[in-house]
Design a protein around this ligand. Structure first.
Ligand SMILES: *[C@@H]1O[C@H](CO)[C@@H](O)[C@H](O)[C@H]1NC(C)=O
Ligand SMILES: *[C@@H]1O[C@H](CO)[C@@H](O)[C@H](O)[C@H]1NC(C)=O
Ligand SMILES: [Ca+2]
Length: 154
Protein backbone atom coordinates (compact mmCIF):
# COMPACT_ATOMS: atom_id res chain seq x y z
CA UNK A 1 0.00 0.00 0.00
CA UNK A 2 1.28 3.46 -0.88
CA UNK A 3 1.12 6.10 1.81
CA UNK A 4 -0.08 9.54 0.85
CA UNK A 5 3.42 10.92 1.25
CA UNK A 6 4.78 8.27 -1.06
CA UNK A 7 2.07 8.99 -3.63
CA UNK A 8 2.83 12.70 -3.57
CA UNK A 9 6.54 12.11 -3.99
CA UNK A 10 5.83 9.83 -6.95
CA UNK A 11 3.71 12.56 -8.53
CA UNK A 12 6.55 14.97 -7.97
CA UNK A 13 8.88 12.59 -9.64
CA UNK A 14 6.54 12.22 -12.63
CA UNK A 15 6.24 15.96 -13.03
CA UNK A 16 10.00 16.21 -12.91
CA UNK A 17 10.31 13.48 -15.55
CA UNK A 18 7.76 15.19 -17.79
CA UNK A 19 9.63 18.47 -17.56
CA UNK A 20 12.83 16.69 -18.39
CA UNK A 21 11.25 15.03 -21.45
CA UNK A 22 9.88 18.38 -22.59
CA UNK A 23 13.32 19.94 -22.28
CA UNK A 24 14.91 17.07 -24.19
CA UNK A 25 12.42 17.27 -27.07
CA UNK A 26 12.83 21.05 -27.16
CA UNK A 27 16.58 20.57 -27.37
CA UNK A 28 16.21 18.04 -30.19
CA UNK A 29 13.90 20.21 -32.25
CA UNK A 30 16.42 23.03 -31.95
CA UNK A 31 19.20 20.67 -32.92
CA UNK A 32 17.46 19.37 -36.04
CA UNK A 33 17.09 22.85 -37.52
CA UNK A 34 20.78 23.56 -37.02
CA UNK A 35 22.23 20.13 -37.64
CA UNK A 36 22.73 20.19 -41.42
CA UNK A 37 25.31 22.70 -42.61
CA UNK A 38 25.66 22.80 -46.39
CA UNK A 39 28.84 23.16 -48.44
CA UNK A 40 28.70 23.85 -52.17
CA UNK A 41 31.63 22.26 -54.04
CA UNK A 42 32.33 23.46 -57.58
CA UNK A 43 34.17 20.48 -58.96
CA UNK A 44 32.71 18.43 -61.82
CA UNK A 45 32.13 14.89 -60.56
CA UNK A 46 29.63 12.10 -61.18
CA UNK A 47 27.11 11.47 -58.41
CA UNK A 48 29.12 8.50 -57.06
CA UNK A 49 32.44 10.42 -57.04
CA UNK A 50 30.70 13.39 -55.43
CA UNK A 51 29.39 11.04 -52.73
CA UNK A 52 32.92 9.75 -52.07
CA UNK A 53 34.20 13.33 -51.94
CA UNK A 54 31.56 14.39 -49.43
CA UNK A 55 32.04 11.30 -47.29
CA UNK A 56 35.76 11.88 -47.04
CA UNK A 57 35.75 15.64 -46.63
CA UNK A 58 32.38 16.33 -44.98
CA UNK A 59 29.60 14.04 -43.67
CA UNK A 60 27.85 13.04 -46.90
CA UNK A 61 26.05 14.41 -49.96
CA UNK A 62 23.28 16.81 -48.87
CA UNK A 63 20.26 15.45 -47.03
CA UNK A 64 17.34 17.90 -46.90
CA UNK A 65 14.58 17.39 -44.34
CA UNK A 66 12.42 20.49 -44.62
CA UNK A 67 11.86 23.91 -46.21
CA UNK A 68 14.13 25.65 -43.74
CA UNK A 69 17.03 23.38 -44.74
CA UNK A 70 16.17 23.86 -48.41
CA UNK A 71 16.48 27.60 -47.87
CA UNK A 72 19.86 27.24 -46.19
CA UNK A 73 21.10 24.92 -48.92
CA UNK A 74 20.03 27.47 -51.55
CA UNK A 75 21.95 30.16 -49.66
CA UNK A 76 25.06 27.96 -49.56
CA UNK A 77 25.03 27.73 -53.38
CA UNK A 78 24.45 31.47 -53.83
CA UNK A 79 22.60 33.22 -56.61
CA UNK A 80 25.57 33.42 -59.00
CA UNK A 81 25.36 29.74 -59.86
CA UNK A 82 22.41 28.85 -62.10
CA UNK A 83 23.40 25.30 -63.07
CA UNK A 84 22.52 22.08 -61.32
CA UNK A 85 24.30 20.40 -58.42
CA UNK A 86 24.03 16.90 -56.98
CA UNK A 87 22.26 16.32 -53.71
CA UNK A 88 22.23 13.02 -51.80
CA UNK A 89 18.97 11.60 -53.18
CA UNK A 90 19.32 8.48 -55.34
CA UNK A 91 17.11 5.54 -56.23
CA UNK A 92 17.97 2.52 -54.14
CA UNK A 93 16.40 -0.88 -53.69
CA UNK A 94 13.11 -1.33 -55.54
CA UNK A 95 13.71 2.08 -57.18
CA UNK A 96 12.66 4.04 -54.13
CA UNK A 97 14.31 7.43 -53.53
CA UNK A 98 16.77 7.21 -50.65
CA UNK A 99 19.16 9.62 -48.99
CA UNK A 100 22.86 8.80 -49.28
CA UNK A 101 23.23 9.38 -45.55
CA UNK A 102 20.89 6.46 -44.89
CA UNK A 103 18.46 8.80 -43.17
CA UNK A 104 14.89 7.63 -43.42
CA UNK A 105 13.88 11.02 -44.68
CA UNK A 106 11.01 13.11 -43.44
CA UNK A 107 9.03 12.76 -46.64
CA UNK A 108 9.97 16.30 -47.62
CA UNK A 109 10.52 16.70 -51.39
CA UNK A 110 10.85 19.73 -53.62
CA UNK A 111 10.68 18.36 -57.17
CA UNK A 112 10.58 20.84 -60.02
CA UNK A 113 7.45 20.96 -62.21
CA UNK A 114 7.25 17.78 -64.28
CA UNK A 115 10.07 16.12 -62.30
CA UNK A 116 11.11 13.47 -61.56
CA UNK A 117 10.49 12.49 -65.20
CA UNK A 118 13.03 9.63 -65.44
CA UNK A 119 13.90 10.58 -69.01
CA UNK A 120 15.01 7.61 -71.17
CA UNK A 121 14.41 5.52 -68.08
CA UNK A 122 17.89 6.53 -66.96
CA UNK A 123 17.55 9.25 -64.33
CA UNK A 124 18.28 7.76 -60.93
CA UNK A 125 20.15 10.59 -59.17
CA UNK A 126 18.98 14.03 -58.06
CA UNK A 127 20.20 17.58 -58.58
CA UNK A 128 19.34 20.88 -57.04
CA UNK A 129 18.43 23.51 -59.66
CA UNK A 130 19.58 27.09 -59.06
CA UNK A 131 16.19 28.33 -57.91
CA UNK A 132 15.73 25.57 -55.40
CA UNK A 133 13.73 22.82 -57.11
CA UNK A 134 14.94 19.26 -57.67
CA UNK A 135 15.47 17.29 -60.87
CA UNK A 136 16.36 13.66 -61.56
CA UNK A 137 19.34 13.11 -63.90
CA UNK A 138 21.59 10.24 -65.02
CA UNK A 139 24.05 9.53 -62.19
CA UNK A 140 26.98 9.55 -64.64
CA UNK A 141 26.49 13.19 -65.72
CA UNK A 142 29.22 15.60 -64.76
CA UNK A 143 29.80 18.40 -67.26
CA UNK A 144 28.39 21.54 -65.67
CA UNK A 145 25.88 19.46 -63.75
CA UNK A 146 28.50 17.70 -61.72
CA UNK A 147 28.90 20.31 -59.03
CA UNK A 148 27.50 19.14 -55.74
CA UNK A 149 26.44 20.02 -52.21
CA UNK A 150 27.79 18.22 -49.17
CA UNK A 151 26.65 18.63 -45.60
CA UNK A 152 28.14 18.30 -42.18
CA UNK A 153 26.19 17.40 -39.06
CA UNK A 154 24.02 14.60 -37.79
C1 LIG B 1 38.71 15.45 -50.43
O1 LIG B 1 39.12 16.76 -50.76
C2 LIG B 1 40.43 16.85 -51.30
C3 LIG B 1 40.75 18.33 -51.49
O2 LIG B 1 39.83 18.95 -52.36
C4 LIG B 1 40.51 16.06 -52.60
O3 LIG B 1 41.80 16.09 -53.16
C5 LIG B 1 40.11 14.59 -52.32
O4 LIG B 1 40.10 13.88 -53.54
C6 LIG B 1 38.75 14.55 -51.67
N1 LIG B 1 38.38 13.17 -51.36
C7 LIG B 1 37.69 12.39 -52.19
C8 LIG B 1 37.42 10.99 -51.73
O5 LIG B 1 37.24 12.79 -53.27
C1 LIG C 1 32.65 21.97 -65.25
O1 LIG C 1 32.19 21.66 -66.54
C2 LIG C 1 31.66 22.76 -67.28
C3 LIG C 1 31.13 22.25 -68.60
O2 LIG C 1 32.06 21.43 -69.25
C4 LIG C 1 32.72 23.81 -67.44
O3 LIG C 1 32.19 24.96 -68.11
C5 LIG C 1 33.24 24.25 -66.08
O4 LIG C 1 34.29 25.17 -66.22
C6 LIG C 1 33.73 23.03 -65.30
N1 LIG C 1 34.10 23.47 -63.97
C7 LIG C 1 35.25 23.14 -63.39
C8 LIG C 1 35.48 23.69 -62.02
O5 LIG C 1 36.09 22.39 -63.93
CA1 LIG D 1 14.64 14.79 -64.98
Amino acid sequence: MFSAACWISMMGCNVFLMLKLLLISEFHSHCSCLSHQYHFVNINLTWTDAQAYCRENYTDLATIDNMEEMKRLTESVGSDYTGEAWIGLKKGTSWRWQWSSGEGGTGYTNWDKGEPNNQYNNEHCTTFRGYGAWNDLPCSYQSNMGYFICYTGE
